[in-house]
Design a protein around this ligand. Structure first.
Ligand code: FAD
Length: 436
């Protein structure tokens, strides 16, 4: 059985004893999945250990696939209304050479956006709540529980010093990030491993309105300039993890400034305009991975199932794309649909991982980095094409299909509102070690 030290106490109790779906983690993957399932009529509980509207370790440049998804979910306008600037051009700086690519705008895509996570994650949660999803923030899931056949049946929330609280569901979705409890508890097999990792150190500085994305590359180092909310730009220095360990430890500020100055003196000047109390955020790097995406009673979405280095700014696009595909599969309810979700995800994720590692490995030259970007761009183009051909999960899909093929004992409609149970003995530890 996996256990966690609990530092957070549930701020309120779930309203039901049983849900159609419980989602662990309520950021871009979890809140999006909750939104789409709730809009289709399912009873959904999302549990997040961090506060509502909190920030997280992530820059937030959205690529075309993420913006298209948000647009068709009706969330692009609220994001723009929240003061997120539209980005109409991307400039690649290869050494001293500059290549500016204007955005091909369309009705669903007036520009790219890079909303702060405090804005994006909150708007996703608000939309899901409006659609009927229930959220528990400041609340951590301590464990999963399973039946004697090993099928995951729900989650255990344990308050410090208090009795564990069990809530059951037809499916438990791990949208719980890189260190996913669901992946660990269910022994989700790693299908593909990345080969490299890069460190990213970022902070915020004021920017003039109308700025675009800027991506900087010189041998062995890279940087980004990402205009965002509140008149600020996120300015990132990126280096191989090995270089970070040698040069950054102990003095992130100076080491980041040195990298920015080497990339572009103007970028370093821009970064030096940061407010005095602006704290840098530091990510040392983690090699990418692609995990098995589902099993009996559980599924993974977002970084929990697929992580790629942030250097190609594609994690949020991956999370939104896979949230929609997983929602389709859950609404279908068959194992074949979950397998199709996994296959569809793997097809694109594997290419995203390979083409991202080709950039994050820093073994390119200024002569061939452009070609690596073109390969990544071709993958994104195919991804956008597949997204536009995909139908949205719709309201009214027969939820009874979700229950097909499951044991009669499992058919506990979520509409029967019962108070959640304190941790009991009616389920048993399964062979994977999940249980009370
Ligand atoms: C430095 C950095 C820069 C990045 N820059 C970009 C970028 O520019 N563009 C882009 O598209 N992507 C970027 N990414 C990637 C992006 O941040 C992730 O892909 C994205 O956050 C994944 O979303 P998620 O919802 O799957 O996971 P997360 O955002 O990690 O959310 C998981 C949530 O689960 C919660 N949780 C975990 N365990 C439990 C538990 N037991 N109980 C309750 N809650 C739990 C956590 O509190 C967390 O809030 C970056 C990542 C990093 C690290």
């Amino acid at each position: 059985m996996t256990t966690m030290n609990m530092h957070t106490i549930p701020n309120c109790s779930p309203k039901r004893a049983h849900y159609d779906a419980i989602i662990i983690g309520a950021r871009c993957a979890g809140a999006s999945t909750a939104l789409l399932l709730s809009r289709a009529g399912l009873k959904v509980l999302a549990i997040e250990r961090r506060p509502y509207g909190s920030d997280t370790l992530s820059t937030h440049a959205l690529m075309r696939p993420a913006v298209l998804q948000l647009s068709r979910w009706g969330l692009l306008k609220p994001l723009i209304d929240a003061g997120t600037p539209l980005i109409e051009a991307t400039t690649f700086h290869y050494g001293d050479e500059e290549i500016t690519i204007p955005l091909r705008a369309g009705p669903d895509l007036p520009g790219l956006i890079a909303p702060r996570r405090t804005v994006l994650d909150r708007i996703l949660v608000d939309a899901a709540r409006k659609a009927g999803a229930e959220f528990l923030h400041d609340t951590a899931v301590a464990d999963l529980f399973a039946d004697t056949q090993g099928r995951v049946r729900g989650v255990e929330i344990r308050a410090a010093g208090g009795a564990p609280l069990r809530v059951s569901a037809d499916i438990v979705v791990g949208a719980d990030g890189i260190g996913s409890l669901v992946a660990r508890s269910c022994d989700a097999q790693v299908l593909q491993r990345g080969t490299v990792s890069a460190a990213h150190v970022y902070g915020y500085a004021p920017v003039e309105p109308g700025a675009g994305y800027h991506w900087y590359f010189r041998e062995g180092i890279a940087g980004s300039f990402i205009p965002t909310n509140e008149g600020l730009a996120c300015i990132v220095a990126s280096v191989p993890t090995t270089l970070f360990d040698e040069r950054f430890r102990g003095n992130h500020e100076q080491a980041r400034m040195d990298v920015l100055a080497a990339l572009s003196p103007a970028l370093a000047v821009q970064a030096s305009r940061a407010a005095k109390d602006c704290r840098l955020q530091v990510f040392r790097g983690v090699p990418g991975f692609l995990r098995h995406a589902y099993g009996p009673g559980w599924a993974l979405v977002g970084d929990a199932g697929f992580f790629r280095d942030p250097i190609t700014s594609h994690g949020i696009s991956d999370a939104l794309r896979d949230a929609e595909a997983l929602a389709h599969a859950i609404l279908d309810g068959s194992e074949a649909a979950l397998e199709a979700y996994q296959q569809e995800r793997n097809l694109i994720a594997s290419q995203v991982l390979d083409t991202t590692d080709a950039v994050a490995g820093f073994d390119w030259t200024l002569g061939d980095i452009g070609e690596k970007h073109r390969r990544f761009s071709a993958v994104m183009k195919a991804e956008v094409q597949a997204l536009t051909e995909r139908e949205m999960p719709i309201h009214g899909v027969a939820f009874s299909r979700l229950l097909q093929g499951r044991p009669a004992a499992h058919r506990q409609p979520a509409s029967q509102v019962k108070p959640p149970a304190a941790g009991g003995s009616s389920t048993h530890r399964n062979r994977m070690g999940i249980g009370p």
